[in-house]
Design a binder for this molecule. Structure first.
Ligand SMILES: [Zn+2]
Length: 111
């Protein structure tokens, strides 16, 4: 029987080893809809493109950010911030490298 601590330690090391080569599979395990709900709060609207408050310009009084809950693409109708997927969103919002964005996504999703 493995202790919880040991398992979490090994899980962290494994996530370091495979971080970049496995970026695609990490991203594929995360539903863009779940990610954006967690990252920027409730999404309004229906269908593929939903709206949320934009974290790239403050204050965003009306939800200006459009996010695609299938592909993860995002675009702000007010400030023009945009990107093609949830990793690009994390990199832009948090000022992270691609590798650090992969780690952030994997850690955040499995907590
Ligand atoms: Zn914006």
């Amino acid at each position: 029987m493995l202790s919880k601590h040991w398992k979490s330690h090994v899980g962290y090391r494994l996530s370091q080893v495979r971080a970049v080569s496995d970026a695609r599979s990490v991203k594929d395990r995360v539903r863009p809809e779940d990610f954006y709900q967690r990252a920027i709060g409730p999404l309004s609207g229906r269908g593929t493109w939903r709206s949320a408050r934009c974290p790239f310009h403050v204050p965003d009084k009306h939800p200006s950010l459009r996010v695609n809950v299938e592909t993860g693409a995002w675009r702000c109708m007010a400030c023009g911030a945009h990107g093609g997927d949830i990793l690009a969103f994390i990199m832009s919002r948090d000022g992270l490298s691609f590798r650090d964005a992969v780690w952030t996504l994997e850690r955040g999703y499995h907590q």
